[in-house]
Design a binder for this molecule. Structure first.
Ligand code: ADP
Ligand code: MG
Length: 594
């Protein structure tokens, strides 16, 4: 492929710049329209509503679209921004800009606190808690009338001025809202390209895998939630001054649902989807007014139909059409540098010392007092019949489960109580028996999330991470598919991507859970070669495997488990002939396990 690359890589770099210019031009034209056309106050009002709502919906894009966390309290954060401006300017007589900052600050802190306390839960619990939070806010607004002015709301909110210029003209205030909206769009558009943005998408795609390759998933989710609340605060603050009057009705649970619907309708994964969904859901009811009585039914039906038939949202649908025609950039395989490995000098001691670990699930003693020492720079294979506790052992080693008792010492450090991402940060990599990739991200993006693990020598900026990722992808032989979306790859290739993702994080110790499962015999053989190449670079590998040929091709040491206990250990030739091992595999009672 290398013969096409020079020109096509240049073309790939040029395309986005042209795109930026077109988008910037459209944005400027839209912003200037009110000054050229004579728009009615009604149209200007709808536009202001769209712009301010869209900023809150962009927040939903971050938390729901990128990070996959449900938030049914976005109207609360929107309301916090709005009430800070309303009460701040009207009751306390503060300057608008100060109340704007105050409102965003309060919304941000509320988002942070709510996120920090609830995001451990996720799923239904998160939905329920955000609903409760929304209801509490509603009750406070309505009932704490001394402060909030209750159901009457706050009237007479003034438009701001800046350097003596008054934004009293609707057209200028709309322009101000658009400036904030454009900044929010740019931010939300740029976010997925960043480390944090990639981590967010990784959390959405597969939280466990993200954690295991070094993403602090709780921190990532809290950041997303906080950003989302901050954006809602901005939108709410601008909304309050735009409409001069706010009341609890504007920030009810129904409004949160509306924000959610806008997000999903437009396409949750894109900044433009947010804009699309917001505009449509504000304009649609206006269009449908002529239907009088049945308008709500038609409106509801339209929303349901769009969501059912366009699960990726309207923007996602449009994007899908375009993606067919845009070819992903070619990869210049020859120019990718070889992968280097971080392997500590041998100090003679084992890299991993596991002492008497136990993990019981109710009555099932999945792991029952296992001790293992893994020497550096070898392939140490763990075998045993199905259900003998191999995967559970691996899950205890990398922190998915805490052992009921026993200790794990990695490179002289006790890691027994560490979380998976902390262990990853020390150089413990792994792959899964049932592949866990970030399915709708590209091969390159998957491996870049691996490359950005904390405490490792990979650079921080995008170019360095990308180079490191490409080196890992090339090492496993997948360079030409670097831009393919993972879920479109055949199974065998997905296995390789998972290994590349682990290698990109410079592990010193790699845990592989049945990497050959589902591969054909040619693929198994080349997997064996790959493992031997990795070992050749000094990497220590702890392998769970069933395939006898592969075990014999790569193993230096074998440990055999049965019923959660170690029944044999040693060189392959010795272990494979051990009577207890033969008995375990043939299903006869084992003397050692008794
Ligand atoms: P292997 O990988 O050797 O096939 P596992 O470690 O997956 O075995 O499972 C060992 C035993 O622990 C099995 O009996 C399995 O049913 C049980 N087990 C594994 N994970 C869980 C869990 N999360 N909850 C309850 N039982 C489990
Ligand atoms: Mg298993």
């Amino acid at each position: 492929m290398s013969h096409v690359t020079a020109s096509s890589q240049a073309a790939a770099q040029k395309r986005p710049i042209a795109r930026y210019i077109v988008i910037a031009l459209i944005a400027i034209v839209v912003a200037l329209l009110p000054f050229v056309l004579t728009l009615t106050p009604y149209v200007l009002n709808i536009s202001m509503q769209t712009a301010t709502y869209a900023i809150a919906v962009l927040g939903m894009t971050v938390v729901l679209g990128y990070t996959g966390q449900i938030n049914l309290a976005q109207a609360t954060f929107f309301g916090l921004g709005a009430y800070a401006v309303g009460l701040g300017t009207v009751v306390l007589g503060l300057n608008f800009w100060i109340t704007l900052l105050l409102g965003v600050g309060i919304a941000t802190i509320a988002g942070f606190v709510l996120g920090l306390t609830t995001l451990r839960l996720g799923g239904h619990y998160l939905a329920m808690i955000t609903i409760s939070f929304q209801q509490i806010f509603d009750l406070v607004l309505t009932n704490w009338a001394d402060v909030t002015r209750g159901p009457d709301g706050v009237a007479g909110i003034m438009r701001p001025s800046l350097f003596g210029f008054e934004f009293s003209d609707d057209r200028f205030y709309l322009l101000l809202c658009l400036v904030f909206l454009y900044a929010a769009i740019a931010f939300v558009w740029w976010l997925p390209q960043t480390r944090t943005g990639r981590a967010m998408r990784a959390v959405r795609e597969n939280q466990l895998a993200a954690e295991v390759i070094g993403v602090d998933t709780l921190r990532t989710k809290v950041i997303a939630f906080t950003l989302s609340a901050a954006l809602a605060g901005v939108g709410g603050a601008l909304y309050a001054a735009g409409f001069a009057y706010i009341s609890p009705d504007n920030f009810s649970f129904a409004r949160s649902i509306e924000f959610l619907t806008m997000t999903l309708l437009g396409g949750a994964e894109s900044a433009f989807g947010a804009l699309f969904g917001t505009s449509l859901l504000i304009v649609l009811p206006e269009w449908l007014r002529f239907l009088k009585d049945i308008y709500l039914a038609v409106y509801g039906l339209a929303v349901i139909l769009i969501m059912v038939f366009l699960p990726v949202g309207m923007w996602g649908f449009v994007r899908g059409r375009f993606d067919r025609f845009t070819r992903s950039p070619a990869v210049d395989v020859a120019s990718i540098p070889p992968l280097d490995f971080d392997v500590a000098q041998h100090d003679g001691g084992p890299i991993l010392r596991v002492t008497d670990i136990r993990k019981h699930f109710g009555g099932v003693r999945a792991v029952d007092g296992v001790s293992i020492e893994v020497e550096r720079g070898i392939v140490h294979t763990l075998i045993g019949p199905n259900g003998s506790g191999k995967t559970t052992t691996l899950n205890v080693l990398n922190g998915i489960y805490k052992p009921s008792s026993g200790s794990i010492v990695f490179e002289g450090r006790d890691i027994t109580q560490m979380s998976p991402h902390e262990r990853a940060g020390l150089g413990l990599g792994r792959t899964f028996q049932n592949i866990r990739l970030f399915a709708s991200m590209s091969v390159l993006e998957n491996v870049m999330v691996g490359a950005q693990r904390p405490n490792c020598a990979n650079g921080a900026d995008r170019a360095e991470l990308q180079e490191r990722a490409l080196s890992a992808i090339k090492f496993v032989g997948m360079a030409e598919q670097a831009h393919a979306i993972v879920k479109n790859l055949p199974y065998g290739h997905q296995r390789l991507v998972e290994i590349a993702r682990a290698l990109a994080g410079r592990p010193r110790f790699l845990l592989l859970d049945e990497p050959a499962a589902g591969l054909n015999s040619t693929e198994k053989r080349s997997l064996g070669d790959l493992l031997n190449r990795m070992k050749g670079h000094g990497l220590t590998i702890f392998l769970i495997e069933h395939d006898i040929a592969l075990i014999e091709q790569v193993s230096d040491t074998i440990t055999v488990l049965n019923f959660g206990k170690r029944i044999a250990e040693g060189e392959p030739a010795y272990v494979m002939r051990h009577p207890d091992v033969v008995a375990a595999y043939l299903g006869e009672p084992s003397h050692a396990a008794a």
